[in-house]
Design a binder for this molecule. Structure first.
Ligand code: 6DJ
Length: 636
């Protein structure tokens, strides 16, 4: 970025850094490390933070204050917050800090609630978030080396940080705000690149925009290799570990890299994440509170990951790829002290009892769970299968290509894409349709002449049989199930990454439809032209099909949970808002959380479902007043 632009931005940020919300900064505010006495100093006095992770990107703005107050009433004095780059720059060069993306409003609410902030702006954040927070448009540059000194990557990072960091600077504690420390990158030691030029570049950028005073730190998993590649002079090294790690061993490892200074566990796991088809992860509350007490007794600073998990709305869930691709579920409940819906749990009460032994906990009642309502059953009706609705959801029509193009080549980064071609010859016998290079990313729903025939799936279903006649249509809907957010496979391209072979024929001459489902639904479809569907038959379909229904208002807009009993897998929208993926056929998640503020108290609430495989005969959905999981899902 041009030096003049930097200087302009720097001067600008300086002009605002001298005060915040009209209050001149008193000279005594400071937050630093006392290396002699091994603790943080806040305004010159010893300070131990007891913090909890909360992600504003996973909670509707309306509920931010509710969650923050509950965290404060638990006795926390700080929160830890990620900034997902792709949440704010989904399109390159277009920045969004409004509504549910209003970071500064979130910081202001935390400040008003009496909570300090440990900010983690990445640029990579992991977090079971799509591509670990990195924007998918980075993949436009073939062979880009993410999280490295790759110039294409660093150019994009510099442009992003030049927008984000000046917004953060006025919120630093020394400038009158509540941000006490700032993390650089995220568990970099776990990443294969181990590129110190990259980490030095980030350190330079953070210092340039945030100044010399703020405490910058790193967090790494608990092995020497991770600490070796993840740490850097000038960035205070911290560790992360859960209840099954020996605390002394963990902090001895931190001491090998920080012989002096405060002990810090930046991510003390209070629970864990869930993948589709896996068992629901839980962590024992008594174990969490006991280990927390042991660390606080040692004088350690602890951040509990997560304290409030929230939801992966829309397409924001991430994925893992160890032995195989595993997509993270829509709920980020994380078995955390506050549930996905922000309800206090016994785990929270146990943690509060521990914190009382170390600091004064605010007096007064813990705010109660938000009210939930069981609105009951709603009958849906079929709108039509995807192939019959392309005029509506793909108004620009197809891109023709000899061979398949990826989502990134089509410049659509999330959701679904339709690949259309025709059968090259008669197939009277079942003929294998195969992705020899495992190129289906991630799940493909295959139809012949509009009739659903089955699916292909990354890593686990590379072949299926097809029959038909020459010239029959072959429609393949490909779902991006969330980009890998950890490890070397985060450059996770989506779509049909390589050719499909049918029998001995390589399939060619594709029509590829970018699908703007979210944009179309947000403009009122299909409810806006429901005359067209009034006579719509009720019979369910198999294969990718839209359904619609209406939840009649009852004067209440309370939280509720959508149960899709008998449905298979798909996506759901309510009043145009994408609630996320459902997959009750696999679990463990069985319901989708619907925050009450998304509902209307007086107007019909529009429900739209994209069922990818098979709908139940009854076409019913159920609004319940509690979540449901199936604990039997997944491998034994
Ligand atoms: C064994 C893999 C460890 C990967 N690290 C994880 S899994 C859950 C958490 C979150 O992703 C968090 O964003 C990471 O920093 C640490 N962590």
């Amino acid at each position: 970025m041009a030096a003049a632009a930097f200087l302009f931005l720097f001067a600008g940020s300086f002009a605002f850094s001298s005060h915040l919300s009209g209050n001149l900064v008193s000279a005594s505010r400071s937050f630093s490390i006392d290396y002699k006495n091994n603790y943080f100093l806040k305004d010159g006095k010893p300070f131990q933070y007891i913090s909890g992770s909360i992600h504003y990107s996973r909670i509707p703005r309306y509920y931010w204050k509710d969650r923050l107050v509950k965290m404060y009433m638990t006795g926390l004095n700080a929160i830890q917050v990620y900034v997902p780059w792709n949440f704010h720059e989904a399109t390159q060069g277009v920045y969004n800090f409004t509504g549910d993306r209003d970071l500064e409003y979130f910081l202001k609410l935390a400040n008003q609630t009496g909570l300090l902030v440990i900010l983690r702006p990445g640029p990579y954040i992991c977090a079971e978030w799509e591509m670990g927070g990195l924007p998918a448009w980075l993949l436009q540059k073939p062979n880009i080396i993410l999280r490295s000194a790759d110039t294409d990557y660093l150019d994009a990072v510099d442009n992003w940080l030049a927008v984000l960091l000046p917004k953060i600077k006025p919120w630093l504690y020394t400038n009158g705000g509540n941000i006490i420390t700032v993390q650089v990158e995220n568990e970099y030691g776990s990443y294969y690149a181990c590129d110190f030029n990259y980490m030095r570049h980030l350190r330079t950028m953070f210092r340039f925009f945030l100044g010399e005073d703020v405490v910058l730190f790193t967090t790494d998993g608990n092995t020497d290799k991770e600490m070796t590649c993840g740490t850097l002079d000038g960035l205070y090294a911290t560790v992360d570990f859960g209840t099954d790690t020996n605390i002394s061993d963990a902090f001895k490892r931190q001491r090998r890299f920080e012989p002096q200074g405060p002990l810090v566990n930046s991510e003390f796991y209070t629970g864990w994440l869930d993948h589709w088809e896996d068992q629901h992860a839980v962590v024992d509350a008594q174990k969490v509170s006991r280990v927390l007490g042991e660390m606080l007794t040692m004088g350690a600073n602890v951040n509990m990951y997560m304290f409030e998990g929230g939801t992966n709305f829309g397409y924001w869930n991430g994925a893992d790829h160890d032995t195989r691709f595993r997509s993270v579920v829509t709920s980020y409940d994380y078995d955390a002290p506050l549930t996905e819906a922000g309800d206090p749990t016994d785990k929270l009460l146990a943690i509060r009892d521990v914190i009382k032994q170390f600091r004064e906990v605010p007096s007064g009642p813990m705010p109660p769970a938000t009210p939930k309502f069981a609105y009951g059953f709603v009958m849906l009706k079929k709108v039509g299968n995807i192939s019959s609705l392309l005029d509506t959801i793909s108004p620009l029509g197809p891109v023709r290509s000899e061979y398949p193009l990826t989502f990134e080549e089509m410049k659509q980064y999330y959701g679904y894409m339709l690949y259309h071609t025709t059968l090259p010859q008669d197939l009277s016998e079942p003929t294998p349709l195969i992705s020899p290079l495992n190129g289906v990313h991630d799940r493909a729903y295959v139809s012949v002449n509009g009739v659903f025939r089955g699916l292909l799936q990354r890593d686990t279903a590379l072949v299926m049989n097809v029959t038909g006649q020459q010239g029959d249509t072959l429609d393949i809907l490909v779902e991006n199930m969330g980009r890998v957010n950890f490890g070397s496979k985060i450059n996770d391209y989506k779509g049909l990454l390589s050719n499909l072979i049918l029998g001995k024929d390589t399939l060619t001459d594709w029509k590829i439809y970018s699908l703007d489902i979210d944009g179309t639904i947000s403009q009122g479809w299909p409810h806006s032209d429901n005359q067209r569907f009034l006579s719509q038959q009720r019979e369910p379909s198999v294969g990718p099909t839209f359904y619609m229904g209406t939840l009649q208002p009852n004067g209440l807009a309370w939280d509720t949970f959508l149960r899709l009993n008998g449905w298979t897998k798909g996506q759901v929208w309510i009043n145009g808002v994408n609630l996320g993926r459902y997959w009750p056929a696999s679990g463990p998640q069985q319901t989708l959380y619907i925050p009450g503020p998304l509902l209307s108290t007086s107007l019909p609430n529009n429900i739209t479902l994209l069922e990818l495989e098979g709908a139940p005969e009854h076409l019913r959905v159920l609004f319940m007043d509690r979540p449901q999981l199936n604990f039997t899902a997944g491998k034994s």
